[in-house]
Structure formats: C-alpha cells, structure tokens
Design a protein around this ligand. Structure first.
Ligand SMILES: [Zn+2]
Length: 119
C-alpha cells in the first residue's frame, strides 16, 4: 500500500484520503458520514458528533513537523528495500535529520502492522 511515489505533498494527502475515507468518511469515534469541510481539503468535521481532524490524525503522520512528502519517501524506502535501510542512508537520501530518520524507522514497522494507524 505504500508502493506509490509522488512528487508533491498534495498527492500524498489525496492518496491518504483515498485510503482512509475512500469508502466513506467517518471518524473512529462514530460512524456518521456527513461532514463539514475544514480549513484544508484534508481536514473534516463530523456533522453529528462534532469531532474533527485531518486525514493525518491518529496516524504515523500525526504531529509531524516535516513535510508529508519526506515522510512518505522514508516509508517507501523503509518498506520497499529488501535489506535493512540504515538511518544514515535514509537521512541523506530523504534529507531529514538523523533523529527523524531513526524515529521513523522505529515507527514504521509498527504502523505497517495496523495500516497507517498507530493509535
Ligand atoms: Zn462523528
């Protein structure tokens, strides 16, 4: 499911939306499918319970400060390579800090087991 390579962040947001909301929008708290649009196209608010959030909430991307583009490229590298991808390799290839690369390397295998969710 992470085998896609896009060149811009917007494509990844759309990709995530398709994965998460493609079969119908709902937040985990309720199953209502009517929503208000939020401040961005990947942010929605439930008309019934009022819960709101972006497509990245409760996912491996939650609270992330780096571009989603870089995050996806790291995931792609971590999951596509058969042999272990080193954090230094990630760092230089995706152009992130080593700590970020290391954190992602810890998170991704866990997240992969539960789709993109880690909550
Ligand atoms: Zn709701």
């Amino acid at each position: 499911m992470f085998g896609k390579w896009f060149q811009d962040s917007e494509s990844y947001y759309l990709y995530l939306m398709e994965l998460e909301w493609g079969k119908g929008f709902s937040f985990s708290q309720c199953v209502h499918d009517k929503y208000y649009k939020g401040k961005t196209y990947y942010y929605r608010k439930c008309r019934k319970c009022g819960n709101s959030g972006s497509i990245t909430a409760n996912s491996v991307f939650h609270g992330m400060k780096m571009q989603i583009l870089k995050a996806f490229h790291m995931i792609f590298r971590l999951t596509a390579k058969k042999k272990d991808m080193s954090t230094t390799g990630l760092k230089s290839e995706v152009d992130v800090q080593q700590k970020t690369a290391w954190l992602f390397k810890q998170k991704v295998p866990v997240a992969m087991k539960q789709s993109i969710k880690i909550s």
